[in-house]
Design a protein around this ligand. Sequence first.
Ligand code: 3PG
Ligand code: MG
Length: 393
Amino acid sequence: MPVIKMTDLDLAGKRVLIREDLNVPLKEGRVSDDTRIRASRETIEQARAAGARVMLMSHLGRPEEGVYEEKYSLAPVADRLSELLGQEVRLVKDWLEGVDPDDGEVVILENVRFNNGEKKNDDALAKRMAALCDVFVMDAFGTAHRAQASTHGVARYAPVAAAGPLLARELEALGKALDDPARPMVAIVGGSKVSTKLTVLDRLSARVDRMIVGGGIANTFIAAAGYNVGKSLYEKDLVEEARRLMEKAKSNNAEIPVPSDVICGEEFSESAEAHPRWIDEVTEDDMIFDIGPETSERFAEILKEAKTIVWNGPVGVFEFDQFGEGTRKLALAIAESDAFSIAGGGDTLAAIAKYGVGDRISYISTGGGAFLEFLEGKTLPAVAVLEERAAER
Ligand code: 3PG
Ligand code: MG
């Protein structure tokens, strides 16, 4: 369903309240990774250039509601944003009573989660937020899976509720990859547990041509294919489920390929020695920490031929270099492929940064949980309310 877009509105002189996801990591009072701030910059600059009086909202971390705590203050974010925009971004601490930014000014409202009622999407709080503005812009894709006062309630009561450019870009990129993908479509689903990604695995196995599984998830599939996984992390009670997913893929003319070789270690540590093994040679003492060279070669070929790639999760313990080759080779294969590629999730972004392929992935999502919920096919509540408001017009 369509939404109203910020870029279609006349913002001149208007009080524009923009919800961003500026939930970034901090180190010693400074922003240590500003990816999300940089991602929202274009939206803020566009609103400012259109003559809006810009108020930004975001959460940071998970503070106890109703309690101000300095470590959850958006002050470091305001500093970084001021640098990026080349103008001072004023941090407003008590803002529910009203804020009055000047034309062309950008202010940032202190952490929305300091307010009682934010997380439970309290109506009274949402109405007070809505009263601050003429136009509410939802641009926080990373928080779009939360129905909270600053992401959902406020959109119901604001005079106008629109999607910001970043949110619109995210939805467009994800839609392009999932709704009508150019084929072959390949998904990489890595991570430690099948159980946390069961819905994603289930949904994708009916849509993709190939699904590469990695990490602890792969171990469960390896066990399902009848091989010994030694002491590897895997989920015994989901082996049957993994078998069902492989069958399901097959009945859709798709495949969940199982590694033919792996890299094992005897302990989870930075200094653990790496032992390459054929898949049928894994011993009782082994822990599988990566895919082997033959397998990564085969998977890289699959990726090079793909026309659409969705990547969520590494295929090995890439934090340790001796178990990072599989993830590195797949990252490079994605970079070299001319597929439309989309990646998301904290570990995936860390791998992309480590192997320096960021500028060769078509779209990198700012969402972690939101990205996963989109892949699961769930409706993002903060998007649904924008659709409802657009339908009312
Ligand atoms: C995130 O970093 O995943 C988003 O900002 C959402 O944060 P939350 O999980 O605390 O709601
Ligand atoms: Mg590419």
